[in-house]
Design a protein around this ligand. Sequence first.
Ligand SMILES: [Zn+2]
Length: 258
Amino acid sequence: MKKPIPIGVSPRHVHLSQDDFHRLFGSEATLTRTRDLTQKGQFASEQIVTLATAVGKIDHVRVLGPFRSATQVELALSDAVRLGLNPPVRDSGDHEGSPGITLIGPEGRIEIQQGVILAQRHVHMTPHDAREYEVVDKETVFMAVSVPAHSGNRSAQRTIIFGDALIRVHENHQLDFHLDTDEANAAGVITGDLAVLFKIGSIPMQNNRNYYPKKHLYNEYDVRRAMREGRIIIIEKGTLLTPSARDLGRGKEVFEYR
Ligand SMILES: [Zn+2]
């Protein structure tokens, strides 16, 4: 068996754009780091905001740094229910069609039109880890989560197998399986507990193959990128390949003919 992966539980939090930060905390304010998070460069700040909708509000929501290009609110489903929202499950940064919300800081309030999501459960890892676990970026896997037998008052077993765990590969990543608080509580696990990654090859999962974005014409750059990211380019009737792209991909299992 491959070595288990540590679990990191993410409570509800907010990422802010620099502009939104200043609207909430004032033009002179700085985002103050209090604690580094597991993933390199990410940190918890001193700053907190209130989230509000017509239905309810939640105080003391932590702002994480650094700044993002767009403000994003990550909730657990139970938080969303409290606020009367129905956010989609999304990878970080994908806000299309997600609901908006009001954020209130000490110096102002803003209304965002979109950006409230439930984070898709995901596993951070390096390219080296990805080879070890035989997975590729953006692939989804199963993660089995169980309270360790020795953990005192958390004695009852409530093993859960999470599907749709998104693999996220980057040089700077630390091996970590990120769950929100609802997901972690359902299994009775806390940060530092362990999860086991596995795949069920015999079940054709919808997202099992990792496809390159669909285009009419693929060039050498596309093929190189697809190979680097372990993605498949679909070749169907009418799809064009430049000669160099065709040469590069020949015999490399990067093309899927339909
Ligand atoms: Zn994460």
